[in-house]
Write a protein that binds this ligand. Structure first.
Ligand code: UDX
Ligand code: UDX
Length: 451
């Protein structure tokens, strides 16, 4: 069997590497239109940072895992074609700011229709609005050569930073297909790939639309928990309750559970905001404005939390940060990834720079150019500096702001940091990973979220 995957990103790369590892008899070819990305996948420095991924790629690359820019050739050879191109939120026209931009999906479907030389199973891996399979099917059906395609939905539930572990033992693998004999046969083929390492009872099958919608709903529910606890973090600050204590107390109720209750400066990542906005757009489209408003609240709360945190910093620094130095620790949207898409650090740093603060950022894995591009685009600013470590970032700073929960920040020598900073020295922990009482004993003015 031969598999090809179009899109060598955070989803396509790790997923295909795992299939190649667990199914040595399957030839897996990952293709991308970006030659730079493909070159990086073939090098010692993979384009994405993900714990454990280097080893999986080292074992499989050149054996049954191949990276290339030859999209058409890979499609022609493959029995199964995964589509894992990005589906950003539309920035223009109808549905701008909400709907998913499907132009990459459409162009991939056209490429497949154009160059396929026989029947194939097409698997939607990208998160896409419900009924996208219909679009893909329609374009494929118009290939004019009578070639038959089966379109399946197989959303990816891996989280960045734990992708390898999530792929190794997923809570579930979801496969949606058409409820026809041909659809069922295609579902069986794809189930067979996962069944090599995933227990059968964890592979669930549904109709196409249920599968597509489940992905959006899973992310909406997860994000909703974070917005819920973040809304309570504001109430905690007003009342003297401690949000981590509240989260712990409610999380021990087995009906609520402890996960995804960590109050923070806000959620980020490529999925949550995009998928909820997509859900909102769908609800509006189907004439359900109340449902749309309910889910939109989750995103609004997240935006508010990011701004609230900036205002907190401002207020503590006597309502003026112009010309003050602020050290920012962490820029990725969460620990153990180099991904910065929708990272709350972008909003907070931009807000601070807009207030004329001098911002120095340090992140263990995000390259300096990426931080610059995210904050300034092509522009330049004397207000932004990138540091090579936390101690350099803290030198002379009036405040230190933690925006990503990297483990190494917990192990810093805060006595040394205190010495290096301007006094009074402030710490704002946007992830609640530091021991604030201990910091206060050193002399810091320390604040967390919901504290
Ligand atoms: C994925 C899913 O596609 C997205 O829908 C989901 O919500 C998050 O995860 P991700 O893998 O994180 O996206 O995206 P990215 O890292 O941007 O990778 C997409 C890749 O597809 C890029 O390398 C891009 O160059 C490639 N691409 C895009 C193509 O090869 N062809 C195209 O037409 C468009
Ligand atoms: C998410 C989903 O978890 C995954 O199933 C889906 O397939 C893709 O989207 P990801 O975006 O990689 O994964 O990361 P996730 O671990 O879900 O974190 C998202 C954001 O929420 C991060 O910014 C994280 O820091 C934040 N978060 C998470 C909190 O603020 N508090 C929490 O309790 C958990």
């Amino acid at each position: 069997m031969k598999i090809c995957c179009i899109g060598a990103g955070y989803v396509g790369g790790p997923t295909m590497a795992m299939i190649a590892l667990k199914a040595p008899d399957i030839e897996v070819r990952v293709v991308d239109m970006s030659a730079a990305r493909i070159a990086a996948w073939g090098s010692d420095k993979l384009p994405i940072y993900e714990p454990g991924l280097d080893e999986v790629v080292r074992k499989t690359r050149g054996r049954n895992l191949h990276f290339s820019t030859d999209v058409k050739g890979a499609i022609q050879e493959a029995d199964i074609v995964f589509v894992a191109v990005n589906t950003p939120t539309k920035t223009y026209g109808v549905g701008a700011g909400r709907a998913a931009d499907l132009r990459f999906i459409e162009s991939v479907a056209r490429t497949i229709a154009e160059c396929a030389n026989g029947p194939k199973i097409i698997v939607e891996k990208s998160t896409i609005p419900v009924k996208t399979a219909e679009t893909i099917k329609d374009i494929l059906a118009a290939n004019g050569r009578g070639i038959k395609f089966q379109v399946l939905s197989n959303p990816e539930f891996l989280a960045e930073g734990t992708a390898v572990a999530d792929l190794l033992s997923p809570d579930r693998v979801l496969i949606g297909g058409e409820r026809t004999a041909e659809g069922a046969a295609a579902v069986k083929v794809l189930s067979g790939v996962y069944a090599r390492w995933v227990p059968k009872e964890r592979i669930i099958t549904t109709n196409l639309w249920s599968s597509e919608l489940s992905k959006l709903v899973a992310n909406a529910f997860l994000a909703q928990r974070i917005s819920s606890i973040n809304s309570i973090s504001a109430l905690c600050e007003a009342t003297g309750a401690d949000v981590d204590e509240v989260a712990n107390a409610i999380g021990m109720d087995s009906r609520i559970g402890p996960k995804f209750l960590k109050a923070s400066v806000g959620f980020g990542g490529s999925c949550f905001q995009k998928d909820i906005l997509n859900l909102v757009y769908l609800c509006e489209h189907f004439g359900l404005p109340e449902v749309a408003a309910f889910w939109e609240g989750v995103v609004k709360m997240n935006d508010w939390q990011k701004h609230r945190f900036t205002v907190k910093i401002l207020a503590a620094l006597y309502n003026s940060v112009a010309d003050k130095s602020i050290a920012v620790l962490g820029f990725a949207f969460k620990k153990d990834t180099n991904d910065t898409r929708e990272s709350p650090a972008i909003t907070v740093c931009r807000n601070l720079i807009a207030e004329q603060a001098r911002v120095t950022v340090y992140d263990p894995k995000v390259p300096a150019e990426e931080i610059r591009r995210d904050l300034l685009g092509e522009a330049e600013s004397p207000l932004l500096t990138i540091a090579g470590n936390a101690y350099d970032a803290a030198k002379g700073a009036h405040a230190l702001v933690v925006l990503t929960e990297w483990d190494e920040f917990k192990a810093l020598d805060f006595g040394r940091i205190y010495e290096a900073m301007s006094k009074p020295a402030f710490i704002f922990d946007g992830r609640n990973i530091l021991d604030l009482d201990k910091l206060r004993k050193i002399g810091f003015r320390a604040t967390g979220i919901g504290k």
